[in-house]
Design a protein around this ligand. Structure first.
Ligand SMILES: Cc1ncc(COP(=O)(O)O)c(C=O)c1O
Length: 398
């Protein structure tokens, strides 16, 4: 199984990716350096056009990172003090951090054990609890496409419509994924919210060589606000005005995607779309085939008709396993692993004292103790995936 020519396994191998697309990346970078258009070069607009078309959105507004993207979206939606924003308890910190920095109160909602995504029934229970308490106004939901699989859009949208909540899709991990409704309607991640956001952090499904992010929407007014907020509240009402940047009509932030990052993303996008997504799904298929029958081990479930971009391949270990021991043994065989996430959002010290957890989140608590993320990326070789699956089985079965 393990052959000596298997090189070291990276959790996400950006070097192999760079070697595969070196020519495109290098020529983009060198042409941008030669142009010296480091900020707002033509690649930024070009990339926004390509990504808007890919996600079937009217607008894509690039920005400095995925965290800013969420903040920009929330500010544009007018969310702030006195508002409750419902956020999955099992996610990356930004999903809850941004509502809090916007002045709202994040209310953490339990997730589904099978998909790791926000649970519609738990969401409704939390909304009703907030309404009964009468202190905050239920205002918005941040629904996350966790680990690359889009959240259950129809179920969450129904709840949002019932209670008149703004729906924000945090697609930081989701770009490239596809949602499928019960009647077979498909939509790409990035389309599943009044506003959707993403991150181009290097290890994300579509990553740049630094920080980057984007906001997507079909709403002209929101798009205009996002463009303005991302650049110091610049005047976006007079697009012909070359000095609009110095005409500040609201408070905003400095959150631009720089031209070099846009150039890297332009070089990566065709391969991401045409090769990498299928390649990473092939790796996930090998894992699932090889590990599907290990007693007590839960492999990730992709809902029928959905497509994941596999930001992570996250298993749930059997009850009696010692996760640290398993990680240590795998590391001894040259296999890096990670735990996303160890702590429910509502237990983060940063949220202590904010009256945030309306309900218990037992599924999140359990997942935090049981999940283990295996190396996954489009450049993982078949024999490496087979070796990882074999070793995990071996260490679990002792
Ligand atoms: C679900 C989720 N939301 C938001 C972010 C924030 O993105 P960034 O690191 O680009 O700010 C991340 C990054 O890990 C994420 O995983």
């Amino acid at each position: 199984m393990r052959s000596e020519n298997i090189m070291s396994i990276e959790f996400r191998d950006l070097k192999r990716q760079y070697n595969a697309i070196k020519h495109e990346v290098d020529s983009r970078i060198s042409s941008i350096i030669n142009s010296t258009r480091f900020i707002s070069g033509s690649e930024v607009k070009e990339l926004e056009k390509i990504l808007a078309s890919y996600t079937d959105r009217k607008h894509c507004i690039s920005c400095a990172n995925g965290t800013d993207a969420i903040s920009i979206a929330l500010i544009a939606a007018g969310i702030g003090a006195g508002d409750a924003v419902f956020v999955p308890d099992f996610t990356f910190f930004s999903s809850g951090e941004c509502p809090a920095t916007a002045g709202a109160v994040p209310v953490f909602v339990d997730v589904r054990r099978d998909t790791y995504n926000i649970d519609a029934a738990a969401l409704e229970a939390n909304i009703r609890a907030v309404m009964d308490e009468g202190q905050l106004k239920p205002c918005a939901v941040v629904a996350v496409d966790l680990f690359g699989q889009p959240f259950d859009y129809d179920a969450i949208r129904c709840v949002c419509e019932k209670y008149d909540l703004f729906l924000l899709e945090d697609a930081a991990q989701g770009l490239g994924g596809v949602y499928c409704s019960s009647d077979g309607n498909k939509m790409k991640a990035g389309k599943l919210g009044q506003i959707s956001t993403t991150s181009f952090f290097p290890a994300k499904p579509l990553g740049c060589y630094g920080d980057g992010g984007a906001v997507f929407t079909d709403d002209d007014r929101l798009a205009d606000l996002c463009r303005s907020i991302a650049v110091h509240g610049k005047d976006t009402e007079n697009p012909e005005d070359t000095y609009a940047k110095y005409n500040n009509i609201r408070l905003g932030m400095n959150s631009r995607l720089d031209t070099l990052q846009a150039g890297v993303l332009m070089a990566k996008f065709p391969v991401f779309k045409d090769k990498e997504l299928d390649a990473v799904n092939h790796v996930a298929d090998i894992y699932s085939e090889r590990m599907g029958n290990v007693e007590g081990l839960k492999i990730p479930k992709i809902t029928a008709g959905y497509y994941s971009s596999w930001a992570q391949y996250t298993v749930q270990l059997p009850e009696d396993c010692n996760r640290e021991e398993i990680q240590r043994k795998l590391k001894g065989s040259g296999i890096p692993t990670n735990v996303y996430y160890r702590k429910p959002m509502h237990k983060q010290r940063a949220f202590a004292g904010t009256r945030s957890a309306v309900a218990e989140c037992p599924v999140t608590e359990e997942l935090c103790n049981k999940v283990l993320c295996l190396p996954i990326h489009p450049y993982l070789k078949d024999e490496e995936a087979e070796f990882i699956a074999f070793k995990l089985k071996e260490v679990i079965q002792g």
